[in-house]
Design a protein around this ligand. Structure first.
Ligand code: 3PG
Length: 212
């Protein structure tokens, strides 16, 4: 499914799962388990040799999913992610070069930032929905509150160290649109193909915003 603006990613539930696929065969059942309970926006990190093939497989077999590539660090990553059918890219940090590469590749970018200077660099390139990474280590809720003053027009997707317990507090901040996290796809559950557990974790997400 296509989107025209990264902020649309926040309209499909309060959590964007950060997914690491080790075995290609896991990609489609894992995506189906998440999508079954309304978690449609999936970030598949480019951290494993099968990541691009996994994105292709999910795009082909799970049309309800809105699939993005995480860990975009270079122009080559951006082009490969776009070629694999990713609708968006997520980068751990922001450089003008990565921003330009994503634009050239036709890939919407959710860029990572952790400081005011990085927010300014991303905004200067027209980006105002930003991943706040690594959220907990970089300053968590107090830093997000502090950034709200000078950047009232910026929205964040905090990612890194967020848990089901802390997510409601992050989601309650006016400048947080959605959270990212790996807790929806625990490595041991993926290893044993426990898709029912992953669907239950996805189900539980819906309550995170309601719990604010
Ligand atoms: C990552 O880089 O793996 C993401 O930020 C997810 O972080 P988490 O595992 O702390 O949710």
């Amino acid at each position: 499914m296509k989107i025209v603006n990264t902020l649309e990613l926040a309209q499909h539930g309060p959590v964007i799962p950060v997914i690491v696929i080790q075995r290609l065969a896991d990609a489609v059942p894992l995506a189906r388990a998440l999508v079954a309970d309304g978690v449609r926006v999936l970030e598949v990190t480019l951290r494993t040799p099968v990541a691009l093939a996994a994105i292709e497989a999910i795009v082909r077999a799970v049309p309800e999913a809105i699939v993005g590539a995480g860990t975009i660090r270079s122009a080559a990553d951006a082009q490969a992610a776009s070629d694999a059918g990713s609708v968006f890219g997520v980068s751990p940090g922001y450089t003008t070069a990565v921003g330009a590469a994503c634009r050239d590749a036709g890939l919407l970018l959710l860029p990572g930032v952790a400081t005011a200077s990085e927010v300014m660099a991303a905004q200067a390139d027209g980006l105002s929905f930003l991943k706040f990474f690594p959220a907990t280590a970089a300053g968590g809720i107090p830093l997000l509150k502090a950034l709200a003053g000078p950047f009232p027009d910026v929205r964040f997707c905090p990612t890194g160290g967020i848990t089901p317990q802390s997510a409601p507090q992050f989601l309650a901040l006016p400048n947080v649109a959605v959270c990212g996290g790996s807790w929806l796809t625990p490595a041991d559950a993926v290893d044993r193909g426990d898709w029912a557990l992953i669907t239950r974790l996805a189900q539980a997400c819906a309550a995170l915003r309601a719990a604010e």
